[in-house]
Design a protein around this ligand. Structure first.
Ligand SMILES: CC(C)(COP(=O)(O)OP(=O)(O)OC[C@H]1O[C@@H](n2cnc3c(N)ncnc32)[C@H](O)[C@@H]1OP(=O)(O)O)[C@@H](O)C(=O)NCCC(=O)NCCS
Length: 158
């Protein structure tokens, strides 16, 4: 059973890429050089980086990068979710879900029509809960099983 949050989770806020990289490195690239947490399109002016900060500590991060999916490289207005990470002791409290929802909202506002990611298979239910569908075969990246996932975005009302 998920732990009962003892407080309302803080709203994810827009931050610079330098704010998200340390937690990315700690959770997703442990033991690797710090530049392993630098991603293509990170510095693109259209990229968006979000963080949940509690008492000055970054506890959850995620990024939205302009990138077409590998199965349809010509697709414009597609966005990729990368670098989703929550510190171990804060998982299951909704922070990652809030970050993901806020990234989807930003993609929608930007006129995006499709969002995709290469999800760790362990995190597949997390993305399914947000409306993502898996596609293709499971593959290994950095020795970890992944699967591509995607979802459409609905045009904002008005
Ligand atoms: C994926 C991740 C960012 C989710 O962050 P979070 O703050 O725990 O997210 P939420 O609290 O909103 O949602 C957690 C839910 O997602 C599921 N989930 C997420 N990641 C999971 C994982 N690695 N293994 C199993 N379940 C996972 C759980 O089922 C959990 O459900 P519950 O609330 O019913 O227990 C976090 O688990 C994490 O950092 N994992 C390690 C790194 C990782 O796998 N990143 C994703 C790369 S694609």
């Amino acid at each position: 059973m998920a732990p009962v949050p003892d407080r309302e989770p803080p709203v994810p806020r827009a931050v610079g890429v330098e704010v998200v990289r340390p937690l990315r490195a700690e959770v997703l690239r442990p033991g690797r050089p710090s530049d392993a947490s630098v991603l293509p399109f990170d510095e693109d002016p259209r990229a968006r980086h979000l963080a949940v900060v509690i008492d000055g500590r970054v506890v959850s991060v995620g990024s939205l990068l302009p990138e077409a999916p590998p199965w349809d490289p010509a697709l414009t207005d597609a966005w990729r979710i990368r670098g989703m990470a929550t510190v171990a002791e804060e998982r299951g409290r909704g922070h990652g879900g809030h970050v993901l929802a806020a990234l989807l909202e930003l993609a929608t506002q930007a006129g995006g029509r499709l969002v995709w990611c290469n999800a760790r298979t362990a995190a597949r239910p997390f993305y399914e809960r947000a409306g993502f569908t898996a596609t293709g075969e499971v593959f290994l990246a950095e020795g970890v099983e992944h699967i591509a996932m995607w979802r459409e975005l609905t045009t904002p009302a008005g």
